[in-house]
Structure formats: C-alpha cells, structure tokens
Write a protein that binds this ligand. Structure first.
Ligand code: ADP
Length: 289
C-alpha cells in the first residue's frame, strides 16, 4: 500500500476519532482570553520537527493572527505540510514523529503535559488535499457524524447543525434538496466544501487547510477561495499552498519556508512585492521551486 494511502487512512481515522470524542462538548465555553483580533490566535515558539532522527523543520517561531488567513508557501519538501500538522498535533500520529518547542493557542501550550490531543484537534480543525467524505454516509450525516456517534439523537438539532455548517461552507443551496444522498455523489469541489462543513460543525477556533485546492479544477478552486474570504470573519485560517497566486489572493500574512526553515514571514502584500530576503525574491519570481 502506498505511503499516501496509508497516510490518508490514518488521517481519516484520526479525524473520525476526534469528531466522535469531542463533538458533544463543542458548545462548551470559549477560553477566557478575549477574542480580539489584535491577540494572535496561535503563537509558535522554537518549533523543531522530526521524523525519527531527522529534523525536517528547524526552530520556527511565528504568530498567527486571529481571524486572518496565513499562507504557508515554499517548494515541495520544504516542510509546509509537516509544519501545519504540528499546529493541531496531527504530526505525532505518524510513527517516530516528534516535536520540540511550543504551540500556544490563546496562550495555552498545546504540547503541555495535560493537554488532550483529541480536544486540540476539535479546536483546530483540518481539511486535507483530497476530499475525504465518509463513503457510506449521506451528506447530512457526514456533517453531523461526530454528534451521532456520540449518541446524540435529537434529529431537529442535528438537522439545524447540518444546515448551519453547510451554509457556512457555502454548500447548502446546492445540496438542500438531496441532503440524504451519499456525500460521495457530489463533485470534487462540493466534496471538499462538505469536508469543510464537517470541520466547521464542531465550532473550531482555527481551520488548517493543507493544499485544499490541489485536486480541484479552477472553478471549484475559485469557490473555495471565496469561501476562505467569508470564513475568516469567524475562524482563523492557516493554508498550505504550492500556488503562489493563490497565497497572494487569499492570505493576509505569508510565511515562506525553504529547506525546513522559515525564511521570511510578514504581510502578504509586502512579501510578494518587496521581500526582505534574497531567497524569498528568487522563489516568488520563479527562479527556483
Ligand atoms: P512539503 O509539504 O513542503 O512538500 P513535507 O512536510 O511533506 O514538505 O516534507 C518535509 C520533509 O519531511 C521532506 O524531506 C519529506 O521527505 C520528509 N517527510 C515527510 N513525511 C515523512 C514521513 N512520514 N517520514 C519521514 N520523512 C517524511
């Protein structure tokens, strides 16, 4: 079985586990820290990331602003995907993988001794490259899967939660008449929005998107980009993309990674017009990558 298939099955199983365990308490109170845009939602301090003995991300520190979009760019293999997966402790599900350093969500270290990774993954949701709806479930059941598996049976509440999440994911109008059809009946772009709805259903504070458009056509991609603009009103977004134009279109801040190091980080408009570092300039002007 290929590494991709194994990875994607592992991700799927962890996504299910997270939703099962955490959905019932999704309405719990938010942390006491005020939800003010000037407070960074996530602060990464001195992050080193390993696969076995190999360090692939080196001493990264970065602040991710509340209700903004932060793009992670860089050539293939520079550690973008590995980095984003550390933000919700998904990295550690890979055997031999480990992390040094801190990731603070609203000031709380997610790698602290008493922190439950399942709760972390509820507060920080994730959408993957390939849309991965649960194949045996309807559109509606995909969205509310976690609630149902926890024994939550109030159909009216489940319907309301499904509609709200599908509206947030800009999919409701397209699916409202076939909500009980299988999720896999939808087009690729719709399936990706279904996965976004599923992630939103548990009210995450942060949404991580790892190349969410790489399997989609340009029209579906445009819809996801439009959706990202709408979602940042309520949720903080971190997006990995190999597409620099996409980063320029959707993000407020951009981080440029190269060979596992954070080379430059700042306002997207500045980074793409007047980068400080030579390597950034070479990359954004297409000299390598
Ligand atoms: P990017 O997302 O920028 O393409 P990745 O985060 O996927 O980069 O990879 C960063 C480095 O980590 C690469 O050298 C890659 O080969 C290595 N790597 C990725 N996944 C694994 C894994 N499961 N085991 C060992 N090394 C890995």
């Amino acid at each position: 079985m290929s590494k991709d298939v194994v990875d994607s099955q592992r991700e799927q199983s962890h996504a299910n586990h997270t939703m099962m365990q955490s959905s019932l308490d999704s309405d719990r109170a938010r942390p006491a820290i005020p939800d003010q845009a000037e407070n960074p939602r996530l602060v990464v301090e001195g992050l080193n990331i390993y696969y076995g003995a190999t360090r692939v991300v080196h001493n990264v520190s970065i602040s991710i602003k509340t209700r903004k979009v932060t793009a992670i760019i860089g050539p293939s293999g520079c550690g973008k995907s590995t980095f984003i997966r550390c933000l919700n402790r998904m990295h550690e599900v890979t055997p031999g993988a480990r992390v040094e350093g801190k990731v603070l969500l609203d000031g709380e270290n997610l790698y602290g001794p008493n922190v439950d990774p399942v709760q972390v993954r509820r507060r920080i949701g994730m959408v993957f490259q390939k849309p991965n709806p649960f194949p045996t479930m309807s559109i509606r059941d995909n969205v509310v899967a976690g609630f149902k598996l926890n024994g939550y049976r109030n159909q009216k509440d489940l319907d309301e939660r499904a509609e709200k999440s599908l509206r947030m994911a800009a999919l409701w109008e397209e699916v409202k008449d076939k909500i009980h059809r299988p999720g896999t009946d939808l087009s690729g772009g719709q399936q990706q929005r279904l996965c976004i709805a599923r992630a939103l259903a548990v009210d995450p504070e942060v949404l991580l998107m790892d190349e969410p458009c790489s399997a989609l056509d340009p029209i579906a991609t445009a819809k996801i980009e439009e959706l990202i603009h709408e979602l940042k009103e309520t949720v903080t977004i971190v997006i990995v993309t190999h597409n620099m134009q996409q980063a320029a279109r959707v993000s407020d801040d951009t981080a440029f990674f190269y060979l596992g190091e954070l080379i430059e980080f700042g306002a997207t408009a500045t980074l793409f017009t007047t980068p400080e570092k030579r390597q950034t300039e070479d990359y954004i002007t297409g000299r390598f990558g």
